[in-house]
Design a protein around this ligand. Structure first.
Ligand code: NDP
Length: 310
């Protein structure tokens, strides 16, 4: 039987994915027809990304699974018309890209690079930064991306703590979990990296209260999702000096509106949702592997638990 796969990922262009997906399916031993115009009654799998034109999954009577090209599933997980398994993207390229982006921005702040890059008065301030082991970094979210970043930073010598929903044991990282563990994870942290999913439970996890737990002048780095931060609370903490800088890659509204205060704030760095992206070849292998598994009745990889939203 030839498997019918609909590519319904509007933001990810079909011309970029056609060759790698076709090859990955062939290499996985799956005989498939894949395209953007498969008749709804024939569709068995949907390759999906946010802003897909597909919003009503009930029109696909033979649908077996939806395979998200992105790690974040907040736009599709709550969809009540979706009755089949939803898998998300865990991909080497995505993980490695995030490690590099996070490490780069952590080192920027740890080393105080801005002082020397922007030095209009040509000041000679010969003050060496502390060593990594003297810098407390906290990673909120210890999943595929957060744990990889935590391990890399711990490997560089940083004093790393982390926070997740369930208990974790990660070499070199002091792990906290559950609502009760948040305060311990954040206490006195000087750099905080947000790698949580956007769910009901994580909305505004960075708020007026939790910002006060951090060391004075702490840095927030958010490559997770915009709603993790109460924006008004962050702006007021930036203005009071409780937060020294925020490097933000994701926002409640994207693109970030031109008149948003983040653009103008001297202590905010805005990057345009580029922390890491799904790479076509490795992502295609992930999609093909899940279709192969589904076809032989094996459990899918990276399944989303829709009861918790990630
Ligand atoms: P995972 O699902 O692998 O990890 C999520 C982590 O968050 C887990 O450790 C989980 O805990 C923890 N978590 C979830 N809910 C809670 C909660 N209520 N309290 C405490 N911890 C919680 O996701 P990934 O690591 O793959 O990705 C994380 C996010 O990064 C994505 O959801 C996406 O929003 C964002 N992202 C951003 C990109 C960018 O370019 N800016 C690119 C890719 C992803 P537990 O381990 O116990 O389940």
């Amino acid at each position: 039987m030839v498997v019918q796969v609909l590519f319904a990922a509007k933001e990810e262009r079909w011309d970029q994915y056609e060759a790698p997906l076709t090859r990955a399916l062939r290499e996985a031993g799956v005989e498939a027809t894949i395209g953007t115009d498969i008749a709804a009654q024939d569709v068995e799998y949907i390759v999906y990304a946010p802003n897909s034109s597909v919003q009503d999954f009930s029109i696909f009577p033979k649908l077996k699974a939806v395979l998200n090209l992105w790690a974040g599933v907040e736009t599709v997980a709550p969809n009540k018309t979706l009755k089949v398994p939803l898998a998300r993207m865990v991909d080497h390229g995505l993980t490695q890209g995030m490690i590099e982006w996070v490490t780069g921005h952590v080192l920027r702040h740890h080393l105080g690079m801005d002082t020397h890059i922007f030095n209009p008065d040509r000041l000679w301030e010969a003050k060496a930064p502390p060593l990594a082991e003297q810098r407390r970094v906290c990673i909120l979210g210890l999943g595929a991306l957060g744990s990889a970043c935590a391990q890399t930073l711990a490997g560089l010598g940083f004093d790393v703590s982390g926070w997740s929903r369930n208990a974790k044991d990660i070499d070199g990282v002091t792990c906290h979990h559950g609502d009760a563990g948040l305060k311990n994870a954040l206490s006195d942290a000087e750099i905080v990296v947000l790698l949580l999913p956007d769910t009901r439970a994580t909305t505004n996890v960075v708020n007026a209260t939790s910002l006060q737990w951090l060391a004075k002048g702490a840095v927030i780095i958010n490559p997770g999702r915009g709603p993790l931060i109460d924006d008004d609370a962050l702006l007021s903490a930036l203005n009071s000096g409780q937060i020294g800088h925020a490097t933000l890659d994701v926002f409640r509204i994207e693109p970030l509106p031109q008149d948003h205060p983040y653009w103008a704030h001297p202590n905010v760095t805005v990057t345009p949702h580029i922390a890491s992206e799904t790479r076509t070849w490795t992502a295609s292998q992930c999609v093909a592997e899940n279709i192969r598994r589904s076809e032989i009745g094996e459990p899918l990889l990276h399944l989303v638990d829709r009861s918790v939203g990630y």
